[in-house]
Every structure is written in structure tokens, then in C-alpha cells.
Ligand binder design. Structure first.
Ligand code: AVJ
Length: 328
């Protein structure tokens, strides 16, 4: 569906805000830049420009993740729908443009409600409206906020099974420890009949990983650098984007691709009147993308009170879709 069609569809969706605004960004930015290892949390990559750049990354030849996960979901959507059953409530964590959602919704029996959760408000509301137009018998309740706070979600009368759909390897942004903590919160929120459908990128040849995060067109570099533009526009910062280089490399010890911006020279940056100093070659951490072996993933699932009901992979073992159910 293109932009103009988007504006024509006016289905009724609920929109809920759970404590996410531009102040959140400013506070996180001041915090992150005051730390000994400077960082900007990766949620702030997704302003409208960032969300658009990310959608373009998903189509890059080097970025095997989206393509591969989509194929896995398509191959097993019917199976997954059977596990979920009728009248389900589908929460989507970090729903972005909700591109993969219909793969699942199309196979579900009378899905009761769809609850996309994302920090990028414009994209969230537009995408939720598209879904509502395509599934007129399903409730759509868009939630603008952090998917890491399910306890803040409004209550929805759950007719069927509550399901958390968490595709895209977004869970890879978290350390194993934080991933366990997140899954625990969702385990509590979903209850004993809950299911999670999670896309987890698999460990593989580092050369392939490094290519996926260092694309030839430089779109990934643009995407990561855009966090500075977002800060300039919305957090009263004055980053000079030309004074930073993008760097991404798989760290086998951590099991993650680590993405940094590296200062090209000694420089000072002002944020809301506060000065921050960067030395030449100093690194600003923006994002990690953790990779899992199936065993690694089962371990974090168990630690969070889930058992692994299914693991679907592609023939090349690049990516996995994991179905977790509440452990007995
Ligand atoms: C959206 C977090 C899954 O880690 O692969 C893509 C983000 N960053 N290229 C990923 C991303 C650089 C992506 N996730």
C-alpha cells in the first residue's frame, strides 16, 4: 500500500501512549554521553527518517535477515496459527511497519485483537491503520512506547490466547541478561497460556555477518549516523555528522555485531546547553545485534520460564523463528 492510500483508510484504531516522548530521548542522551563508554540507546534510531532507512536496509542484498525470516514464517504460518488457536490477542513488540504481521494474521482463526507496540509513533499509527483496514473484524490497539514495559499496557479483554510476536531479531539488541529479563516480564504478562513467536538471528560465518552490517551502498552507516541527526532535531544537540565514521564488527566473544560511531577528530558537542568532549578515535556505542545458537536461545528461554515448543530455520541455517510456551 502506498502513502496516498494510507491516508484514505480511516478505520477506527485505538492509540495509547505509555510514557514515551522526546524528553525520554533527551534524558537518555545526556545519560549515555555522560558514561565512560559513551552510548546512545538504539531505540532512538527510529525517528521517521530512521524507520524509513531501516525498511530500505531490509531489502538490501547483504541483509539476509528479513528475507530469510519472511520465508520461514511463510513456510510455517499455518503450523504457528494452529498452535495459537482461535480468538487470539497478538501483541507485536517493535512492530515498525508491521510488514510481517499479515503472514501470521492471514492464517489465524478469528484473531480478536492486534496490539502493535513501537516507539516510532507516526510509523506505528499509519501501519496500525493499514492493518485495521485489511482486517475489519479485528480490534487494533496501537501502543506508543517501550515493549520492555508490558506492565504499562492497557488491559484488553482476552478472548483467546495471548501471543507476543517479536520478529526481526529485535531481541538481538539486548544482552542475554536483558533478554532474559524482558522475556520474564512478558511471561508474567501473558500468563500460563501465553505463547511467544520470536525471530532470532543465528550464529554464522563472521564474514557474512560483517557484510550484512557493512553494506556496499552505505545505507547502514546512514541509518546509524541518523541517530545524531535525530538528536540535533529533537534533543537540542549540535553533532556534526561528517565528523563521525561508522564502524561495525562481529565480536565472537560477545556473540554480537557491535555498531559504533567513531569521532574523526577532537571535538565538542553541545546537548541542551551541556558540553560533551570527544577525543579523536573515541567511539560512541549505538547498537549491538546479538546472534544465537539454538542452544543459546533455549537457555535464555528456560531462564525466563518458557519452554521451546518449536524452532523453525531456513535450509542454510541463517535465521530461526522460535515458538516459546510458558513452562509447566
Ligand atoms: C532491527 C535490531 C534487528 O540488529 O539487524 C540493521 C537493526 N542495525 N542494521 C539488526 C539494524 C543495522 C536490526 N534490528
Amino acid at each position: 500500500m502506498n502513502k496516498s492510500q494510507r491516508q484514505i483508510a480511516v478505520p477506527s484504531i485505538g492509540v495509547h501512549d505509555i510514557g514515551w516522548n522526546e524528553r525520554t530521548f533527551l534524558e537518555a542522551l545526556l545519560n549515555g554521553l555522560s558514561a565512560p563508554q559513551k552510548c546512545i540507546p538504539c531505540q532512538f534510531l527510529y525517528d521517521p527518517t530512521g524507520a524509513q532507512l531501516f525498511d530500505q536496509i531490509c531489502d538490501l542484498p547483504e541483509y539476509y535477515l528479513t528475507r530469510t525470516e519472511t520465508r520461514i514464517l511463510q513456510s510455517h504460518a499455518y503450523d504457528i496459527a494452529r498452535l495459537i488457536g482461535p480468538d487470539a490477542v497478538i501483541y507485536e513488540l517493535g512492530s515498525g511497519s508491521s510488514v510481517k504481521t499479515p503472514i501470521l494474521l492471514d492464517k489465524l482463526e478469528r484473531p480478536h485483537a492486534y496490539v502493535p507496540i513501537d516507539v516510532s509513533r507516526e510509523n506505528l499509527v499509519a501501519s496500525a491503520a493499514e492493518i485495521a483496514a485489511a482486517y475489519p473484524n479485528m480490534r487494533v490497539e496501537a501502543v506508543c512506547g517501550d515493549y520492555g514495559a508490558p506492565q504499562l499496557l492497557p488491559e484488553f479483554d482476552a478472548a483467546g490466547r495471548p501471543v507476543a510476536f517479536f520478529p526481526g531479531s529485535t531481541i538481538g539488541n539486548l544482552t542475554q541478561r536483558d533478554a532474559i529479563a524482558l522475556l520474564r516480564l512478558w511471561r508474567a504478562h501473558l500468563g500460563s497460556s501465553g505463547l511467544m513467536v520470536i525471530g532470532a538471528d543465528l550464529k554464522k560465518d563472521p564474514a557474512l555477518l560483517n557484510r550484512a552490517y557493512n553494506d556496499e551502498q552505505g545505507l547502514t552507516a546512514q541509518f546509524i549516523k541518523n541517530v545524531l541527526a535525530h538528536a540535533n532535531a529533537n534533543a537540542d544537540a549540535d553533532f556534526d555528522l561528517d565528523e563521525f565514521d561508522y564502524e561495525a564488527e562481529y565480536d565472537p566473544e560477545i556473540g554480537a555485531v557491535r555498531m559504533h560511531l567513531v569521532a574523526r577528530s577532537d571535538q565538542e558537542v553541545t546537548i541542551a546547553g551541556r558540553a560533551f568532549y570527544f577525543a579523536r578515535d573515541e567511539r560512541l556505542h549505538v547498537e549491538d545485534s546479538h546472534k544465537y545458537s539454538p542452544e543459546d536461545f533455549a537457555e535464555i528461554a528456560h531462564a525466563a520460564g518458557f519452554s521451546v515448543a518449536r524452532v523453525y530455520t531456513d535450509p542454510r541455517n541463517l535465521f530461526s523463528v522460535q515458538i516459546l510456551r510458558a513452562a509447566g
